[in-house]
Design a protein around this ligand. Structure first.
Ligand code: SAH
Ligand code: SF4
Ligand code: F3S
Length: 463
């Protein structure tokens, strides 16, 4: 590491100028968390972060492959960086993450965008400092992809952007192979971290004043299955709740197939486990669920949702839904709308099916035309919006606990934060700062957010 630090500072000769990097993250929380490790390495190397790629000596894109649009965005970005590099020929460009873990994509970048200095996949994050050094030294693109993930490295650096909430990995990879999904191919087989390591990390965060953690895995419910003698996910949650002192425990993503009654009880009984479950259903038709290889039926999902609502008062259930999966008929889609009505989700992320080369669904007959996907998408969004609004309106006049995230991006005069059920609340009040928990009274409800006020009930001298 020392060598690298010297390399960084001395590269510009006698100027001793601090080097700057910009880092753009696409995709899910896994990528956000990986980016924190990259930042950790860059801190150790003496780099400083800048928001503007134009000011940077090193530009990094951490990419996502889950839908075609995500990939197109990255190619657009790389193209623009090429133009920037014509003006700043010494700028280094690195592209990493899920998209480039696909060999064909890494190869395409090397051929079509030769100005990219470094391409590396998801399995060799730990080698980043060494790879960066090679890229600095070589005139051609350094491409480094490992065929398989190695063991879990516990000692990698991390630089978190907040000091009150944190992502905590509990599993890496995915074994589910849903027929539409690229993730198992770019993130490898499921590997769990040891519970002792996870608990130590959360305890450390709590001791340093962190309020909230989100446990991360593509399927958190299968936590521990690959480690003989290890606790299961419900056991892990219960221990974090009792042993770490952290005030808000979140987790994502849950898979309906192995979401157990024991887990629902654990959430219900846990003092600090947030009353929110993100439980992607993907489709409401049993025929499509089977083709998707999801491993559960709509009836099973409806039972789980009912159990969650009855065991955990006020529990928020959110989901992911795909429309236009190959072969989806009007009847199949009607089943999805019906399930959305029956469960009445608090919120949903809705996606149009995107064909991912190399996955089984990409080869299926009856790919749905874009126009039909768009029409179904609109219908689904409209229906879901009415449910989201109804759930939010039910909170009017109530007081909820909000974790303050800072001034709102759209209106700096207003604060923003999240309830335990993960709803966004925009509010005003005095003596507020980022990272504190506050009671907020809800005075208005919209589809995507709530409006609130603090300080209610406090009496002034002249009241
Ligand atoms: N592991 C998580 C989700 C990871 S991907 C889970 O199983 O729920 C996030 C979401 O992207 C998925 O839930 C799915 O709804 C969506 N998605 C994945 N592949 C997709 C594809 N090929 N086209 C459209 N949406 C997709
Ligand atoms: Fe993809 Fe399915 Fe794994 Fe989620 S569970 S990451 S949707 S394969
Ligand atoms: Fe995308 Fe990779 Fe996440 S494909 S959704 S960034 S695991």
């Amino acid at each position: 590491m020392d060598n690298l630090f010297i390399a960084t500072v001395l590269l510009k000769g006698d100027e001793m100028q601090i080097k700057k990097y910009s880092l753009t993250v696409f995709g899910c929380q896994m990528n956000e968390r990986d980016a924190e490790t990259l930042r950790g390495f860059l801190d150790e190397m003496g780099y400083e972060e800048t928001a503007a790629a134009g000011d940077a000596d090193l530009v990094i894109l951490n990419t996502c492959a889950v839908r075609e649009k995500a990939e197109q965005k990255v190619f657009g970005h790389i193209g623009r960086l090429g133009l920037l590099k014509q003006k700043k020929p010494n700028m280094l460009i690195a592209v990493c993450g899920c998209m480039v873990q696909q060999k064909a994509v890494a190869e395409k970048i090397r051929k079509r965008y030769p100005f990219v200095n470094l391409v590396f996949g998801t399995y060799n994050l730990a080698a980043f400092p060494e790879l960066l050094k090679q890229a600095q030294e070589r005139g051609e693109t350094v491409v480094s992809l490992l065929a398989q993930a190695g063991g879990i490295e516990e000692e990698l650096p991390v630089s978190r952007q907040d000091n009150y909430r944190a992502w905590v990995n509990i599993t890496y990879g995915c074994n589910n192979f849903c027929s539409y999904c690229i993730v198992p191919y770019v993130r490898g087989r499921e590997r769990s971290r040891k519970s002792a390591d996870i608990i130590r990390e959360v305890k450390g965060l709590s001791d340093r004043g962190f309020i909230e953690i989100t446990l991360l895995g593509q399927n958190v419910n299968s936590y521990g299955k690959d480690l003989p003698g290890e606790t299961d996910f419900a056991g892990l949650l219960a221990r974090i709740d009792k042993e770490t002192g952290i005030k808000r425990i979140r987790f994502t993503t849950s898979h309906p197939r192995d979401f157990t009654e024991k887990l629902i009880r654990t959430i219900a009984e846990g003092e600090n486990i947030c009353e929110h479950v993100h439980l992607p259903v993907q489709a409401g038709s049993n025929r499509i669920l089977k083709l998707m290889n999801r491993g559960y039926t709509r009836e099973h999902y409806l039972d789980l949702a009912a159990m969650l609502r009855s065991y955990i008062p006020g529990c928020s259930i959110t989901t992911d839904i795909i429309v236009g999966f190959p072969g989806e008929t009007d009847e199949d889609f009607a089943d999805t709308l019906d399930l959305v009505d029956k469960v009445s989700f608090d919120a949903a992320f809705t996606f149009m099916y995107s064909r991912r080369p190399g996955t089984p669904a990409a080869e299926m007959q009856d790919q749905i035309p874009l126009e039909l996907k768009k029409e179904r998408f609109r219908k689904l969004v409209n229906l879901q919006n009415s449910h989201s609004l109804r759930h939010n309106q039910a909170l009017l006049g109530k007081t909820v606990e909000v974790l303050v995230e800072g001034p709102s991006k759209t209106n700096p005069a207003v604060w923003t934060g999240k309830t335990r059920t993960n709803r966004t609340v925009n509010f005003t009040g005095e003596n507020i700062r980022k990272g504190i928990l506050l009671p907020v009274q809800i005075i208005d409800a919209k589809t995507w957010s709530l409006t609130g006020r603090t300080g209610f009930g406090q009496r002034n001298a002249d009241d």
